[in-house]
Design a protein around this ligand. Structure first.
Ligand code: ZN
Ligand code: MN
Length: 144
């Protein structure tokens, strides 16, 4: 399900976060791209538009979005984090060949937090599920 920029901006307004042209551009880029970019990817895509912007600026703005609940960070050990502005319930398939991350849905799993809370007594704040494998593009390459 696509998240619209206007909705995200309205949500940001309720959190009292000041909107700047850079923040607007970063959020629009994230909502537009389905690729789960790194902070560096975002920086490279926007640097021509904002010559004074650094990767650190991008990262700091992403942190603000994460704290506002507009963006989620996908951490992968020591490699750089990827960012996702789609906050709907969905999961990720990660390609072990090229690093591509594709979205998929699995509605039967949506009750997992309640089930976990019921069985453990935890107040569950979230969970993470990923599948790993080889994406269609990389399968195509290895077939030759
Ligand atoms: Zn791949
Ligand atoms: Mn995603």
């Amino acid at each position: 399900m696509a998240v619209h920029l206007e909705q995200a901006l309205a949500k940001l307004k309720t959190t009292g976060v000041r909107m700047t042209p850079q923040r607007h551009a970063i959020l629009a880029f994230l909502l537009d791209s389905m690729t789960h970019p790194t902070a560096d990817d975002i920086y490279k895509s926007l640097e021509s538009k904002f010559p004074n912007m650094s990767v650190a600026t991008v990262y700091n703005n992403l942190k603000v979005f994460i704290e506002s609940g507009l963006v989620r960070e996908l951490t992968y050990g020591d490699s750089s984090s990827r960012f996702d502005a789609d906050m709907t319930d969905h999961y990720h398939a990660v390609c072990e060949g090229c690093g591509k991350i594709s979205d998929f849905e699995y509605p039967p799993l949506h009750d997992i937090e309640n089930t976990a809370a019921g069985q453990t007594g935890f107040r569950v704040s979230g969970y993470r599920l990923e599948v790993y494998g080889v994406c269609p593009d990389c399968i195509g390459i290895t077939k030759h």
